[in-house]
Design a protein. Sequence first.
Length: 592
Amino acid sequence: MDFFNILALVGGLCLFMFGMNIMGQALERAAGGKLQSLLAKITSNKAAGFLTGLGVTAVIQSSSATTVMVVGFVNSGLMSLKQAINVIMGANVGTTVTAWIISLSGIEGDAWFIKIFKPDSFTPILALIGLIMYMACKSSKKKDVGTIFLGFTTLMFGMSAMSDAVSGLKDVPAFTNLFTFFTGDTLGFFGPILAVLAGAVLTAIIQSSSASVGILQALSTTGAISNGAAMPIIMGQNIGTCVTALLSSAGANKNGKRTAIVHLFFNIFGTCIMLIVFYIIQLIPAIDLFFGKSTNGFQIAILHTIFNVVCTAVLLPASSLLEKIAYKLIKDDMVEEEEPQLDERLLNTPVVALGVCHDATVTMAKDAIDAYALSFSVLNSYDKGKADLIRKAEDKTDHYEDVIGTYLVKLSSHQIGDKASDEASMLLRLIGDFERISDHSVNIVESAEELLDKGLEFSDDAKAELNVLTNSVSEILSLALKAFTEKDLETARRIEPLEEVVDDLKEHLRARHIYRLQEGRCSIAAGFVWSDILTNLERTADHCSNIAACIIDTSNDNLNLHQSVREMKADHGEYQALYINYSKKYALPETI
């Protein structure tokens, strides 16, 4: 093997890993909401968690990516450690799919129906279809399908390049002798252990068990690797793949770190068990004969699958033991961690990351609207404890706006579909409205404090009128929250007519105040506070209108803010009927 063969091997490996990466990302995007809903349905049931991990890894073609994703879920509070353990075990089985795909390159036969299944035959067709779809189609979903085909083609060409580059090694004695170390003939008992270490180191370096198995399958074309050497190398590869999750957990909370530890111990325990079995079955002549024979890509895929399936079958019932070990190694602090984080590990899974952002925005919205409801209570009867709670809620929503906004900007830099992009844009707009609602709740508290400090009080008529307005604003806030959290378009359409009623009420209350001022029944000082309160209530309703418009526009795939609301107003029948009903519901008292 000369210098140019080494270059070909490196180039093939680069193509192989690049193809695997872009294919996995495109598969993930194509799965879209299905992947998110699948993960959302995870329960503590072992079988459900196992199948989820298997399915997700089979889709995105990387157990490392799945495990890093799971670390992010646990770190963000979306998944418990118990759930994560079952998913990780499923991921270890799901990663064997890649080895089976690669083994297609070993299909032999001259018959037409056999040749058509060889990658050399169908990958050029897939490449052509993929290129046409990627370059000619405007739909992001079709582009993703094209990217999947191109990624798979790149992966298989990389595999072919590696196989061709190492083909000359079969005539190199030094290469053949290297693998005799792993058969037990040279190092005896320590041969398989050395093979485990070799597999672990290689996989830790390239951080992909699928890629390292692919390299092993390429090397198997030389005929120098026996089944007995391949099996312990495969065991080590499963340990080496844990490095990615361990590195990812460095900035995670304690449960995130425990998840990575569980992944490592699962593979270490599994390897120890299988090594013991490996040593025992070597004593059986028939099986030892099989281990002494040269392996190929197909047999490596079988060995890889057997190892992961057996390990999972043995350790899945003992998942609670792994959980206890993780808690023993990483103990809880006395102070519990507060709110869930928007974990940057999830940015590699944009659909899931977007779901986390949505959940965080829901929490922000509830905090803002709960604080506003509390501010009405403070306005009617001042309570310092409640006022402090409102200010804390406002600080919290400020923090949410900053964190969610920053996270969404980072997410937007990743390749996401059109629908996900619209959702991200919607959330970016909504967090500003919810933050401003919390600001207005503090403004109302400050108005209540001004009344208290200056010894001012509204007349009974003014209080009755203000009660009507606050009731209408309470309803519009409830509608906005429901429309957003439940994605309820029907509720969203009820907001704009009510917002117009709030505008009318504000003008009427202002006019009535001027009349009372002229009659000498209200002071100018109280009038300034009155005006501030009306302004804050009216602007809160405006933000609710923005929320409704944003939800409706996004559902209509229209980023032109308020376009859908303008169209709704043009439909005078339904809009006017709602407006009239709200006007009657929130009619002001006759007396001024």
